[in-house]
Design a binder for this molecule. Structure first.
Ligand code: 2P0
Length: 335
């Protein structure tokens, strides 16, 4: 039977476990590339907006009678790759808590998993917070962010709400205190199948083989600084321009990898054109795409419905979501 390795550990473990909720985030200035693969540190700075409309809820319960870690994702046993990453995070928490019990993990997304809607960001943020709580540990947010980052760099940012920055080489993200109430992210969902090349694999291949990686590595910090400065000045047009340049530079870098990595579908291109047309007609709207075909559009609260209606007319767009900025990851009671 598993045993407790520190005298006090057992007493702190809540028998009912701990449930946490984290929102996904979309980077305006993108992260793509690792400075330190072992420690999972980012090679370039990134800046994101946490989104209220996309969330993961995760329950973790350490159980003295469990014979193995059990992971349920959206109602079914998790596939081995995801389960192994989850066990690695649980092992870190067990070491910190001096606990040897196995855990039950029950996690669910309210949006399609692993399709480029940043499920690993909200997933590992919720898991980090729930696992610490279930082990009886209460850590400050920067330390929770570092734990989440060790599993998935973008998850470091989902610990915080609103705008969030993660510097190149940094262990944890930090909140950027800028008002988000006037902004919305409109998300055109173009498909729901899991992506063909995972983010980690995609960025490592890009680093190893793309002749444009060095250009990306030097451009990304400049774009990040420009975007962050424009945000602080309230120059939203400049924010939007920098945001589009960041995503297009990132995708250009990976298109030049060998073999090429291409996340765009015909619908992606059509939705980008739709956003450009909206802008030409005077509507504030700028796009960004991640490791998937969906198009996320930064706009203003009073323009969001118009942007949604236009995106709904793009052939191949299945569904359009409108999201305000979300809060940071938190412990929740029953779902
Ligand atoms: C981002 N993405 O800044 C970028 C833009 C996707 C495109 O962070 O290897 O799941 O687990 O650290 O965080 C997705 O990559 O990668 C990502 P790992 P992660 O949001």
């Amino acid at each position: 039977m598993p045993s407790v390795t520190k005298d006090s550990a057992e007493a702190r473990v809540p028998p009912a476990g701990c449930r946490a909720l984290a929102h996904s985030n979309i980077a305006l200035a993108k992260y793509w590339g690792k400075r330190d693969i072992e420690r999972n540190l980012p090679d370039v700075p990134s800046l994101s907006l946490t989104l209220a409309a996309l969330s993961t809820t995760t329950l973790v319960r350490f159980d003295p009678d469990a014979r193995a870690d059990e992971v349920t994702l959206n109602g079914a046993p998790a596939e081995e790759g995801a389960a192994a990453k989850i066990r690695t995070l649980l092992d870190r928490v067990r070491r910190e808590a001096g606990l040897a019990w196995h855990a039950q993990v029950i996690t669910g997304n309210d949006f399609p998993t692993a399709s480029g809607l940043a499920s690993s960001a909200s997933g590992f943020a919720a898991l980090a917070l729930a696992a610490l709580g279930a082990a009886g540990l209460s850590w400050p947010s920067p330390a929770v962010s570092a734990l989440a980052r060790a599993s998935s760099v973008s998850a470091a940012r989902s610990i915080f709400g609103g705008f969030v920055a993660l510097e190149a080489g940094a262990a944890q993200a930090e909140p950027v205190a800028i008002d988000t109430t006037a902004l919305r992210m409109v998300i055109a969902v173009t498909q729901t199948a899991p992506k063909k090349v995972g983010s980690t694999q995609g960025m490592l291949r890009t680093q190893d083989t793309s002749p444009y990686y060095e250009a990306w590595r030097s451009a990304a910090p400049r774009i990040y600084s420009e975007l962050r400065g424009a945000l602080a000045r309230g120059d939203l047009e400049r924010v939007g321009e920098a945001m589009e340049q960041s995503t297009l530079c990132m995708h250009a870098t990976m298109l030049a990898a060998a073999p090429a990595i291409s996340y765009f579908s015909p619908q992606t291109i059509a939705a980008m054109d739709c956003v450009r047309d909206l802008r030409a007609a005077g509507t504030f709207a700028y796009f960004t795409m991640d490791a998937g075909p969906h198009v996320k559009v930064l706009t203003l609260a009073d323009r969001a419905e118009r942007v949604r209606r236009e995106l709904e007319t793009v052939p191949g767009v299945h569904r359009v979501l409108v999201s305000a900025a979300g809060a940071g990851a938190r412990i929740v009671e029953e779902p």
